[in-house]
Design a protein around this ligand. Structure first.
Ligand SMILES: Cc1cc2nc3c(=O)[nH]c(=O)nc-3n(C[C@H](O)[C@H](O)[C@H](O)COP(=O)(O)OP(=O)(O)OC[C@H]3O[C@@H](n4cnc5c(N)ncnc54)[C@H](O)[C@@H]3O)c2cc1C
Length: 382
């Protein structure tokens, strides 16, 4: 872990106060740096993907659709989340009680393929327990609320979730306490800030707002639209994130505190931030009702849309620029649908980059740090 002496007294600008921007601003301020944070939207993060996310931390479940490097970043990040939230003065709901995977009997062959895939992937990771096949009694023990509908399931013991709606304000409070200069409702181009000689580095955490900055590279940035519904469902008693395997409507249900459930998410190749479509609402709500009939009497708290910041290869990347007479520029992007799952890993790699000009953690985790535009060569991109 990088110590405070590397940062103490130095000045940094961070552009974007969503997930990565807040985490970095806090980490630098805790190490004695002076930090200016610029955010286009308000202090509630209402323009950030981070506010809409379900914030599940599910490296094995996600291994079905992502690369091994992202899975490793997810495994690395689970214990780091616990450390990070233990430093906050406000409690943040964090749970590591596993993920339950369910399917209706007509989707059994798809579930079989999925199970085989996860079994294979878990063997590649010493720190991940293998998925456990559950019979009817075991489903009942784990989640009695779904036992009348599901006689089998799959349990991924290591996985967890965090409450983003608690985390974001908790980080904000810490930033205020540590006297980070927060500039809300202030859209900024990071390149303009680089002219200011007092910044040691400018860090671009704009998510999809950084599109034009990535679009001159081969790894272009796009938004992937996601729609989620927040429900208040006191009749439902689900204790852990639950996913439904379904050929058309694969959904997840993330139970938060106080009977709130986040149900999501659509995944549509589009930058469209308009309200949820009727079709998506119908699909999400009908699928969730097939998991637990108690959702029929749930109250809809919110239907929300955001776009996941996604690079062409669907992987995260850090770009580092070092130019004469300008502050260094670090661009962090491509967290896609795994931002919460991998954020602590990306944070630690960025801190190493800022302090040492290289990151051994990034090399270990195969996080791409692209330095082609400058001599700060660190890790080969996959
Ligand atoms: C529907 C949905 C569900 C998700 N579920 C999960 C999940 O279960 N697990 C998981 O790990 N991840 C999940 N994610 C992904 C996760 O939310 C993102 O990967 C993560 O938020 C990306 O973090 P970021 O800091 O890069 O971007 P953001 O959180 O989007 O923050 C970017 C910030 O930059 C600001 N900004 C933009 N332009 C400017 C500018 N010019 N000047 C100043 N500020 C600017 C924006 O207003 C925003 O606040 C989900 C995402 C969505 C949309």
């Amino acid at each position: 872990m990088v110590n405070s002496t590397s940062f103490s007294g130095s000045q940094y600008a961070i552009v974007g106060g969503g997930l990565m921007g807040r985490l970095l601003a806090l980490a630098l301020a805790q190490r004695g740096a002076q930090v200016d944070l610029f955010e286009k939207g308000d202090s509630d993060a209402s323009g950030a993907a981070a506010r809409i996310a379900a914030a599940m931390l599910a490296p094995l479940a996600e291994s079905a659709i992502t690369e091994d490097s992202v899975v490793r970043m997810g495994i690395y990040s689970l214990p780091r989340w616990q450390e990070l939230i233990s430093q906050l003065s406000t409690p943040v709901f964090f749970q590591q009680d596993g993920t339950l995977i369910l399917w209706h009997h007509q989707d059994a062959s798809e579930a079989e393929r999925f199970t085989a895939h996860l079994e294979k992937n878990s063997r590649n990771h010493a720190h991940l327990q293998a998925p456990q096949k559950l019979n009817a009694a075991e489903v009942r023990d784990l989640e009695p609320g779904v036992a009348d509908r599901f006689k089998q399931g799959l349990y991924l013991p290591d996985e967890g979730q965090i409450d983003n709606r608690q985390l974001l304000p908790a980080l904000l409070l810490e930033l205020i306490n540590l006297k980070v200069n927060c500039h809300w409702n202030t859209a900024v181009n990071p390149n303009d800030l680089r002219q200011n000689s007092y910044y040691r580095a400018v860090i671009d955490c704009r998510g999809t707002g950084a599109k034009s900055a990535w679009n001159d590279s081969s790894n272009t940035l796009r938004g992937v639209r996601g729609e989620v519904i927040r429900l208040f469902a006191p009749e439902v008693k689900l204790r852990r994130p639950t996913r439904l395997i379904h050929p058309r409507y694969p959904i997840y249900i993330a139970p938060k505190e106080d009977d709130v459930y986040v149900v999501g998410a659509t995944e549509i190749e589009s930058d469209d931030l308009s309200q949820m479509s009727v079709r998506s609402a119908m699909e999400l709500l009908s699928a969730v009702y097939t998991v637990h009939s108690g959702f029929a009497e749930a109250r809809i708290l919110e239907m929300a849309t955001q776009c996941r910041p996604t690079l062409k290869n669907n992987l995260p990347e850090i770009k580092a620029y070092k130019d004469k007479d300008l502050a260094d520029l670090i661009m962090i992007n491509g967290l896609y649908r795994h931002g919460f799952m991998i954020a602590p890993a990306v944070l630690d790699c960025t801190l190493e980059m800022l302090a040492l000009g290289e990151s051994t953690t990034a090399k270990d985790l195969d996080l791409c740090i692209n330095t082609e535009a400058n001599p700060l060569k660190v890790a080969a991109c996959v």
